[in-house]
Ligand binder design. Structure first.
Ligand code: LLP
Length: 421
């Protein structure tokens, strides 16, 4: 459910016709619905209301500081994977005590930044990282709150690029390593092991992989607690999927119902790191049809958004729902919807049945709020699109459209390439 609906023939975001937003802000344009984000946060939060918990929104799914501010206002924290994401969250006003720092390759400056700003905990992914964190904490004269990320070897049944819980993946530690490291860490005056973490993947559309992984984590947590290790947090990551076209992912309620019984007997605060399920369908990408190109074999709808703006279809072959912003009631055609970039991967949909369009028409690429702008680039020297947030009948630019000057910001021609020198 979301607040992008047709009123008559025209698609609205909350109370504003999308054509009006395009008139004001041009295309390609990311539009976010505040009411949708708020609704998803509330539903997710309420589904877990029987368990002590903290929602740490996965900042990588959408790191715009206005989105992060909205999440913070709702009481959420953040899951981060870089110093840059920490900076974004702090700028947005996310409480550091609600930030968990994940990631397999945290550098010394990043660890230092996290410790100085007193994040809730750092999720440790390797033995080397553990000792690096201890050293940095010692240097700063502090104690590092840490959690160990378990690799539960569970198949998330998702696209292989975004499955993270299998032994062959680079993420997390084995159960045996965690037990031995926990013991060692507990004896180190600069480490405070507080938690156990898992994250098995993203866009997961069944409850079984979550149940399997959380069960394994709960069993380990119970054993650790039996050994009198003062575990406080069980971080079960993110990963709950959304509907792009015809997927039927569990609702937050079904997800919570499936995992809640596993926490019986564990007095821990649950941490969740949802990204996509909160912001995915709270955002759309609006694009304009530049050309309709008909060949003997095919019809192509060439639009002004490209894989640089939304890379998911090119990278994961993901299929987003695409709809006309104004329905004209024309008969449907079959077409490839493609961007202007010089790669055949720059295709949003193949052989897609869609209401016939004309040059100049607007299309709405749905469910682009997660991993849309956050993965956007300037490839083909294309300035990145503007982002707008709508709340009721208000619309605000939350990121200005980039200019050509932005494309070369920071670039310099060395003196010795200057012919006058
Ligand atoms: N926690 C950790 C440690 C993660 O690595 C991720 C996502 C999340 C939480 C949030 O997962 P979510 O709830 O959003 O599924 N670019 C890909 C998705 C990559 C996900 C990476 N990790 C895509 O567009 O599908």
């Amino acid at each position: 459910m979301d607040y992008f609906d047709y009123k008559g023939a025209a698609l609205y975001c909350e109370e504003i016709p999308i054509t009006e937003l395009v008139h004001q802000f041009d295309t390609p344009l990311y539009i976010y619905s505040h009411a949708t984000l708020e609704r998803h946060f509330r539903v997710f939060n309420e589904a877990l209301s029987n368990l002590p918990h903290l929602i740490c929104f996965s900042a990588k799914s959408n790191g715009n500081i206005a989105i992060l501010r909205a999440i913070a206002q709702m009481g959420g924290g953040a899951d981060i994977v870089s110093g840059g994401e920490l900076f974004r969250c702090l700028e947005a006003g996310v409480s550091p005590q609600k930030i968990v720092f994940s990631g397999v390759g945290k550098t010394v400056p990043e660890i230092e930044y996290g410790l100085r700003r007193k994040v809730l905990m750092l999720n440790v992914e390797s033995e080397s990282e553990l000792w690096k964190i201890a050293l940095v904490a010692e240097k700063l004269g502090t104690v590092a709150p840490i959690s160990f990320r378990l690799n539960p070897d569970v198949d998330a049944k998702t696209h292989p690029y975004i499955a993270t819980g299998l032994k062959r993946n680079k993420f997390g530690l084995t159960r045996e390593t965690i037990f031995s490291l926990y013991k060692e860490a507990a004896q180190n005056p600069h480490l405070a092991p507080l938690g156990l973490t898992i994250h098995i993947g993203s866009q997961i559309t069944e409850t079984t992989p979550f149940v399997d992984a959380v069960r394994i984590a709960c069993d380990i947590a119970k054993e650790l607690q039996k050994k009198k290790i003062p575990l406080k947090y069980l971080d079960i990551g993110g990963g709950l999927g959304v509907r792009y076209r015809d997927e039927e992912p569990p609702s937050p309620k079904e997800y919570a119902k499936a995992i809640a019984p596993l926490f019986k007997g564990l007095s821990l605060t649950l941490i969740l790191e949802p990204g996509r399920v909160l912001i995915g369908n709270a955002g759309v990408l609006i694009t304009r049809v530049v050309y309709v190109k008909k060949t003997k074999r095919k019809q192509f709808i060439v639009v002004d958004a490209g894989m640089n703006d939304l890379i998911r279809p090119a990278l994961y072959k993901s299929e987003h729902t695409i709809e006309p912003v104004v329905r004209r009631g024309k008969p449907a055609v079959r077409a490839d919807i493609v961007g202007p970039i010089c790669e055949s991967a720059d295709t949003f949909a193949q052989d897609r049945e869609i209401e016939d369009v004309e040059e100049g028409d607007l299309l709405c690429i749905r469910t682009a709020g997660a991993y849309g702008f956050s993965m956007a680039s300037q490839y083909n020297a294309r300035p990145r699109p503007a982002e707008v947030m709508v709340r009721g009948s208000d619309a605000a630019v939350i990121r200005a459209r980039e200019s050509f000057d932005d494309l070369i910001r920071g670039e310099k021609i060395p003196d010795w390439l200057n012919p006058e020198r």
